[in-house]
Design a protein around this ligand. Structure first.
Ligand code: HEM
Length: 94
């Protein structure tokens, strides 16, 4: 992916807005909100913004875990791939 995609999507402002809306929706979804009970959502949103910026090919400093490692303890608590679908649908809408 190239920086062009990141810019085409609206750059930093668009990623910021999308992630903020995204977590508002996630926390309103009883099927997955409980995974975030002990999570500092400000830190989480910052990590997600950096991760998506990297994924879209923008300038980034993502230093977090890879997705398999970052969610391993959540899988142990019942998180499965089917639960990720609403996340992606939400992102596509913005
Ligand atoms: C329903 C599906 C998902 C749930 C419930 C979920 C939940 C969580 C939770 C609770 C954490 C914090 C872990 C901790 O600090 O102990 C986390 C970390 C993270 N998630 Fe997810 N996640 C889901 C899907 C995704 C997807 C699809 C992405 C990518 C677009 C993603 C990106 C991240 C990133 C970047 C982190 C930070 C990793 C780190 O700590 O370094 N998550 N997730």
């Amino acid at each position: 992916m190239t920086a062009a995609l990141f810019e085409k999507l609206g750059g930093e402002a668009a990623v910021d807005t999308a992630v903020d809306i995204f977590y508002r929706k996630v926390l309103a979804d009883d099927r997955i909100s409980h995974f975030f009970d002990d999570i500092d959502m400000e830190i989480q949103a910052t990590k997600q913004k950096a991760f998506l910026t990297m994924a879209f090919g923008g300038p980034n400093h993502y230093t977090g875990k890879d997705m398999r490692e970052g969610h391993a303890h959540l899988r142990a608590r019942g998180l499965d791939d089917a639960m990720s679908t609403p996340w992606w649908k939400t992102l596509r809408r913005h």
